[in-house]
Design a protein around this ligand. Structure first.
Ligand SMILES: Cc1cc2nc3c(=O)[nH]c(=O)nc-3n(C[C@H](O)[C@H](O)[C@H](O)COP(=O)(O)OP(=O)(O)OC[C@H]3O[C@@H](n4cnc5c(N)ncnc54)[C@H](O)[C@@H]3O)c2cc1C
Length: 407
């Protein structure tokens, strides 16, 4: 396609979260001059989610709207509009307001939080994904209510942190043996379990919820926990139900299976952010990343490919951070398949990190209050630089100085 024709195509982005907004921004930054429409189901000005479980929840910030002037970018923003279907043969979306044509479609519909079966409509049961969710939780914190948090994952830990800071009585119920059991190995997650008690929250592990009724949570072992409010943080699934019948390829988790340019199985259709998985040559498997940095980086590849700018394959070192129990936790990489765990510092202390190596090469790093380890480790992971595990285990040695020297 000629450059002229390329820049005249109408790009329609579905989902006005981080990935959708960044796709619009990246298209303009990279010189795309054609029409861009950004459609979002939520009625609010597009906003950032990480502050929802932090400053917004605690009332320290009223909102977290992106500082983007859509009008001056020439982006047609359609808010409060649910897209309900995709008809690729006609290059059309189905919306509540009728059919909507596109030349190029970018799917950026993010993820929906999982709900606890049987709790829909039960008063006092909350999720934490949207601005509306955070606003609904504001009074729970302001009233110093007693709260049961279901799930000791990232969201559960951040909510528990805010609720303790607000003075709520907090019990966290976790079905697994440790917090973050699905995300981190036991030797790392064990250190985190202690953070709950330290903050004054009670963590109940091996605890399964049986039923939730107004004012109480009943556990499968018969225990009954009083609760003014219940916050469910048990994970999220790609928001791709609206693609049913479109013929687009999805993986078993419901994520759109994109290729290494974030192109989908359908012509002229891309997918990016929490709703899409991509093949990682770096890690030798398909990755589905539900973190902010992925929703920032992926759009640059999508925009470059739309502009026929031959982007490099999308194969980032995944990165995220979490602020919990007064600690700044950062993770870079993907530790699946690692053969060596290197500890830097005492996990019982205020700052430490762990590094995962595969055949001597760093593949992932978790840092607690050690941002320099994270910054250096991330670069070493990106470059695939072999490390000396003995030097890397000394927290006094900067990671970049632990590079294996040629004999
Ligand atoms: C409370 C919270 C705290 C977080 N904190 C951190 C953190 O500290 N660090 C970190 O790395 N990550 C964090 N994350 C994760 C990060 O925010 C997400 O990875 C990121 O928001 C993903 O962006 P996205 O645009 O792909 O999806 P989303 O942000 O989910 O945006 C998708 C948008 O698409 C809209 N949409 C969905 N379906 C349709 C449809 N059919 N039609 C129209 N619109 C539709 C949705 O309404 C939504 O607004 C946090 C997430 C949450 C919820």
């Amino acid at each position: 396609m000629s450059e002229q024709k390329q820049t005249q195509r109408h790009v329609v982005i579905v989902g006005a979260g981080m990935a959708g907004v960044q796709t619009a921004v990246a298209l303009r930054e990279q010189g795309f001059e054609g029409p861009v429409t950004l459609i979002g189901a939520e009625p609010h000005q597009p906003y950032d989610r990480p502050p929802l479980s932090k400053a917004v929840l605690l009332g320290k910030a009223e909102h977290s709207a992106f500082d983007v002037d859509f009008e001056s970018l020439g982006v047609d923003l359609r808010l409060g509009l649910d897209v309900t279907g995709l008809r690729p043969a006609d290059h059309e979306l189905v919306t509540e307001e009728g059919r909507f044509p596109y030349d190029v479609l970018v799917i950026a519909t993010g993820a929906h939080p999982l709900t606890l079966p049987g709790t829909e409509g039960v008063p006092g049961v909350h999720l934490l994904r949207t601005l509306d969710d955070a606003v609904r939780l504001g009074p729970v914190l302001a009233d110093r209510s007693s709260v049961v948090v279901v799930g000791a994952g990232w969201i559960g830990a951040e909510f528990a942190t805010a609720a303790r800071e607000a003075g709520c009585a907090v019990t966290v119920v976790e079905a697994a043996a440790l917090p973050l059991a699905g995300a981190l190995p036991a030797e790392v997650a064990t250190a985190m379990a202690g953070w709950y008690a330290e903050s004054g929250a009670e963590l109940l592990t091996h605890a399964r919820v049986d039923t939730v009724r107004p004012g109480a949570v009943a556990l499968a072992d018969g225990r009954e926990l009083p609760a003014d409010a219940v916050v469910v943080g048990i994970g999220a699934r790609p928001a791709t139900g609206w693609l049913d019948g479109s013929g687009i390829a999805l993986d078993p988790s419901g994520a759109v299976t994109a290729d290494d340019r974030l192109r989908t199985s359908l012509p002229d259709v891309y997918a990016v952010g929490d709703c899409a998985s991509f093949p990682s040559a770096r890690y030798g498997e398909r990755l589905l990343v539900h973190h902010w940095d992925n929703a920032l980086q992926g759009p640059r590849t999508v925009a470059a490919d739309i502009l026929d700018a031959a982007p490099a394959p999308y194969d980032p070192v995944p990165y995220f951070w979490s602020e919990q129990f007064g600690r700044f936790v950062q993770y870079a990489g993907h530790h699946e398949g690692a053969d060596t765990l290197v500890r830097r510092g005492d996990p019982a202390g205020a700052s430490w990190s762990v590094l995962w190596l595969r055949a001597g090469v760093p593949v992932a790093l978790l840092a607690v209050g050690r941002p320099r380890d994270l910054a250096q480790g991330r670069r070493l992971i990106e470059a695939g630089t072999p490390l000396d595990p003995v030097r890397a285990a000394d927290p006094a040695v900067p990671l970049k100085s632990a590079v294996l020297q040629e004999p």
